[in-house]
Design a protein around this ligand. Structure first.
Ligand SMILES: Nc1ncnc2c1ncn2[C@@H]1O[C@H](COP(=O)(O)OP(=O)(O)OP(=O)(O)O)[C@@H](O)[C@H]1O
Length: 261
């Protein structure tokens, strides 16, 4: 589904990613981990076309996307959430989700402004679909509340609902569990698996090792911009290079615990 080929990203003298290559297969949950500054967000930003790589190529379902603007990549089926929430706090929950649906609509600005019957019909369908996404994440009873009234855990669910409303084939989740308590994190893990079960491939950047280790089919590890390991959670937990990257020295039992064994 996704192929990242020898991608390097430089910001002036800083090499944020260096010669990173990997693939993501359909219907998997794949994790991207690494210490602070390893280059995870930079890689996510290139996959969602926020900026292009300095060198290298990225293919999505066979189409080269690394030089495309984001508005062209999203309709191909890539959607994402952001570490710093991007919800509209003065809008209701259902309005926030409907914003996500707009890349799917056919109505022109003029048609919407004139309230043409075709536009009203499309709006009604969007509304009903938006309710289904709110239901999916468990926020349907709050559909008419302003997003600004929600606590962090529910805001993250709202971001997820809005990302799903674009009907992605590949969903990028950028630290979706950041700031959540233990129970909320467990619920989020279940929800991510439920998303995968609907046929959406999920790629997560996450610092919460329990979440990563419990839901991912495969994990890719970055350190100082480079890919240092790739494998199943079990393989990653005992990988010496990974443990050293996280802790800076050799392996012992205590250190293995840090990456969730
Ligand atoms: N726009 C930018 N301009 C200059 N340097 C940048 C820019 N964005 C990222 N960097 C640098 O690139 C490197 C990788 O940063 P990145 O944010 O991708 O890491 P990360 O793994 O996501 O870190 P964290 O886990 O702390 O979010 C860092 O050294 C960072 O300072």
């Amino acid at each position: 589904m996704l192929e990242v080929k020898s991608v390097t990203k430089k910001f002036g003298g800083v090499i944020a990613n260096q010669d990173v290559s990997f693939t993501i297969e359909e219907n998997q949950i794949v994790g991207l981990i690494g210490p602070n500054g390893a280059g995870k967000s930079t890689l996510f930003n290139m996959i969602s076309s926020i900026f292009p790589p300095t060198t290298g190529e990225i293919f999505f379902l066979g189409t080269r996307i690394d030089q495309m603007p984001a508005f062209k990549v999203a309709p191909l089926g890539i959607s994402r959430t952001f570490q710093n929430l991007q919800v509209f706090k003065n809008m209701t929950l259902i309005e926030n989700v409907m914003v996500g649906q707009h890349i799917q609509t056919k109505t022109s600005i003029l048609g919407a402004a004139l309230l043409l019957p075709s536009s009203r019909k499309e709006e009604k369908v969007m509304y009903e679909e938006a309710m289904k996404y709110l239901q999916f994440v468990g926020l349907d009873s709050l559909y008419n509340h302003k997003a600004g009234s929600l606590a962090l855990g529910k805001l993250r669910l709202l971001e997820l609902a809005r990302a799903l409303a674009t009907k992605p084939k590949l969903l990028l989740l950028d630290e979706i569990a950041a700031g959540l308590n233990h129970k909320e994190t467990q619920e989020m893990s279940e929800l991510i698996k439920k998303v995968r079960d609907t046929g959406v491939t999920v790629f997560v950047v996450e610092h919460d090792m329990d979440l990563v280790m419990s839901i991912c089919d495969k994990i890719i590890v970055l350190d100082q911009g480079m890919k240092i390991a790739e494998g199943t959670p079990k393989e990653i937990q005992t990988n010496e290079a990974v443990i050293t990257a996280y802790l800076g020295t050799d392996i012992d039992e205590e250190k293995e615990e840090v990456i969730g064994s």
